[in-house]
Design a protein around this ligand. Sequence first.
Ligand code: ZN
Ligand code: ZN
Length: 464
Amino acid sequence: MQKIGPGHSMTKTLATLILVGSVLTVPHPAIAAPADSAAIRASALKDDVAMDFTEGLTTEVGPRPAGTPQEARARAWAVKTLKALGFSNIRAEAYTMPVWVRGREEARVTAPFPQPLVLAALGNSGSTPEAGIEGNIAYFPTIADLEAAPETAVTGKIVFVDHEMRATQDGSSYGYFGAARRTGPSIASKKGAIAILVRSIGTDHHRIAHTGVQMWAEGATPIPAAAVSVPDAEQIARIVKRDKPVRIHLTLTSKMLADQPSGNVIAEIPGRDPKAGLVVAACHLDSWDQGTGAIDDASGCAIAAASALQVRKGGQPRRTIRLLLAGAEEVGGDGARAYFNAHGTERHALAIESDFGADRIWRIDFKLPAGHEALQERIATAVAPLGIGASKQEAGGGADIAPLVKAGVPVIDLQQDGTRYFDLHHTPDDTLDKVDPEQLRQNVAAWALVLNEVANAQETLGNN
Ligand code: ZN
Ligand code: ZN
């Protein structure tokens, strides 16, 4: 059980006063006032729904890559589970997409010191022939070094980019260091490389590789592209330092399938004022193929679902809370685009997303319209006893709500502690045992408090 700080009773009094003031202006006196912050915090900190949801999805479905039959099973599982939890208007909304399918992946140093390497192909990687390919390594310490290199240093070679990322609490290093995975393959291809290996975009030293998507830039021919584990990257760097040509044999087979079925799952806690706009609570249902996608992003969907139910315990909210369990986030956000195409013209009061694991929330960022300082203050006060501080940084949302945010929908970010996130991200180690039940409950409590304030706010909110 989590301790609630000394500000507890003061916060409760303030919240009660604010709620009393709000209720007087509500044109539905028969409807119960929403629960106050202290009651929601106390209830959500005992939540078991989020852990049960995470356990169920990762156990009964397991890995669920976008556009595959496993992702379809995840949709069916989500529809069934959300129904049992008492959500309304539950449906899967289908679309189709191209799907990249992983095949064999093997690599070994053949000279000067023959030995095997551990690697994982990156999404959309080109395929080698069944017999593999062999070539000399062109070593680049950073992605900037690859960018600056002349074609003659790259053509006909297997590029290796050793671009080391360190852990940060806010995960901000992923943006810069992740470029080796996201853009390295296209740069290498355009300079004539026959394949590219990158140091895993990870902060662990386990001998497992971190996969992830990369998109071929306009004019870049697909070449085999993979991440090697961090210990293997350091091994390659040591071999390169011996100043002898380093040769690698690489087998990476894969295929592309056209027009495969994928889809989003939607479920709602209906509000009592349909004109007040929707509060969208988003996550993604798909995962990478090697782990069971516990922290990426079963726990995010669990947090969204469990927190919406916590709000409903206090009575029907003013605004509808809509869960968006997006499909195909990992491979480019097809689900988010499909949702926006289908629902972008509806009034959205707020979008919020959970997709950064299940560790404790430590900061809250806002992007609310001007004149909503009082609402912002109420939310900041409600979450402060959970150890969450309001920042001056503007909220930006994540991939599942990106089209909504771009269209001007207000957004709040509840920032999770990402210190260990990139130890696990997109690896076989993303499994249920990495989810800490107590930290998960703190997430549910923070989310429930934010959803409660926004869904019940008397202020006008929305993009259209
Ligand atoms: Zn994710
Ligand atoms: Zn991911």
